[in-house]
Ligand binder design. Structure first.
Ligand code: ATP
Length: 399
């Protein structure tokens, strides 16, 4: 179990992490999500004792990392896959790490097999692709067969098969009872991989809850309504009728209308009453990616000047769009110009600034985002992608 209490990290005037408290439990994959620069890597470095918190503290199994006896056998981490001596072969890189930690040399070939690099173990890592480098970093994390694993952006640079492999590896490690903490800014990937989510924005906690609760609380139903393309006045007429009925109407890129707050049958009745023909009337669920982007849009540091000039928000749910409050902009901000804590926000609960679940009178069951489909890898959880991995558990054959 990883436990953080009031973690704060300042780099000069920059507050990278502010008052962050959370727990990462064993037996589950916990996704650590946040936009670029939100403090994920800084938090991971503090967990691993590589950065000293300005205030607060963090423990692994009740102890700070630096006080853990034989830490590499208890905690494995992938932080920066490029942090490898490129002139060394993958095998000798792992052998060095193993020797430093008193891990038997035979474990090196085991982990090379686990990550599918057994055929290129003798090659210098400077010739490795991004994806091969990620696999080597994952091999290093698994070397000590640790109970606690931290992965910073493990799918970075991996092809779809590699992404599936990492997903199944994380799940398998958690099923074995390990603590698996994995950062990403890809909500869609985390929805498939993680059991629990910790979301931060500008270094502050924005959500800490099971994935299924995140889906329930943050999924918003809407209807897509399309009128004949050759009769724009019909679209106008319907838009006015829907707005009068209390609906929120936004244009879609293809000319359809995205409607929230009015049930489907009522939309049909309103169209009929206004003598408007419909080409489409369909229920939809905002994707989890959209929900995540809504949650974090007030906490995004880096945005294209083109988007800013156009007033574009990442998802079309722009700040100021109806029913789309901007989280993290409430008064009471932290020192250094950080956004304030969202009122009512506690660990395990979405910030109060979120839409708070399906729009009343909206569509679909409460929290009716599409269920997360189970992902099966027919080759087994440890089967690797292009670099075919050896099968077998991560804890076998060690002395
Ligand atoms: N050593 C440092 N010195 C100064 N500022 C730093 C340092 N490390 C991180 N920061 C700043 O702290 C903030 C958080 O950075 P961090 O790398 O933790 O974010 P992140 O969520 O991991 O981002 P990304 O998703 O882009 O990897 C950023 O504004 C970053 O510029």
């Amino acid at each position: 179990m990883i436990e953080a209490y009031g973690l704060t990290k300042r780099y000069g005037a920059k507050t990278a992490v502010y008052n962050l408290s959370f727990q990462v439990r064993p037996g589950a994959v916990t996704g650590f999500l946040g936009p670029n620069g939100s403090g994920k890597s800084t938090t991971m470095r503090m967990i691993l004792g590589l950065d000293q918190p300005t205030s607060g503290h963090v423990t692994i199994g009740g102890q700070p990392y630096r006080k853990l006896p034989n830490a590499p056998r208890q905690v494995g981490a992938l932080l920066d896959a490029k942090a490898v001596h490129g002139g060394r072969s993958a095998r000798s890189h792992l052998l060095c790490l193993a020797q430093l930690s008193g891990i038997p040399a035979r474990r090196v070939d085991e982990v090379l097999g686990l990550v599918g690099l057994q055929d290129v173990g003798g090659k210098r890592s400077k010739g490795f692709s991004l994806g091969m480098g990620q696999r080597l970093g994952i091999a290093a994390a698994l070397l000590g067969d640790p109970q606690v694993l931290l992965f910073d952006e493990p799918v970075n640079g991996l092809d779809p098969e590699g992404i599936l492999w990492v997903r199944n590896l994380m799940k398998r490690l958690a099923d074995e009872g390990r603590t698996v903490f994995v950062s990403s800014h890809l909500m869609s990937e985390m929805a498939l991989t993680a059991d629990h989510l910790i979301v931060i924005g500008r270094g502050q906690l924005m959500a800490d809850m099971p994935v299924k609760d995140f889906i329930t609380q943050n999924s918003v139903g809407y209807a897509r309504v399309r009128t004949p393309d050759d009769a724009p006045e019909q679209r106008e007429k319907l838009g006015s009728a829907l707005a009068e009925a209390g609906g929120q109407v936004e244009p879609e890129a293809d000319g359809a209308l995205r409607v929230t707050g009015v049930p489907l049958p009522r939309i049909s009745d309103l169209a009929h009453g206004a003598d408007v023909r419909l080409w489409e009337l369909s229920p939809h669920q905002a994707s989890l990616e959209e929900a995540y982007m809504r949650l974090t849009q007030g906490a995004v540091d880096y945005r294209s000047t083109t988007d800013l000039a156009a007033g574009l928000a990442p998802t079309g749910f722009g700040p100021g769009a109806p029913g789309m409050p901007v989280p993290g902009t409430v008064p009471g901000g932290m020192p250094g110009g950080m956004p304030g804590q969202v009122p009512g926000q506690v660990p395990g609960q979405a910030p109060g600034a979120m839409p708070g679940g399906p729009v009343p009178g909206g569509y679909g069951p409460p929290g009716g985002a599409p269920p997360v489909p189970p992902q099966a890898d027919p080759r087994g959880a440890y089967a690797a992608g292009p670099y075919q991995g050896a099968s077998g558990a991560g804890d076998g054959g060690r002395g």
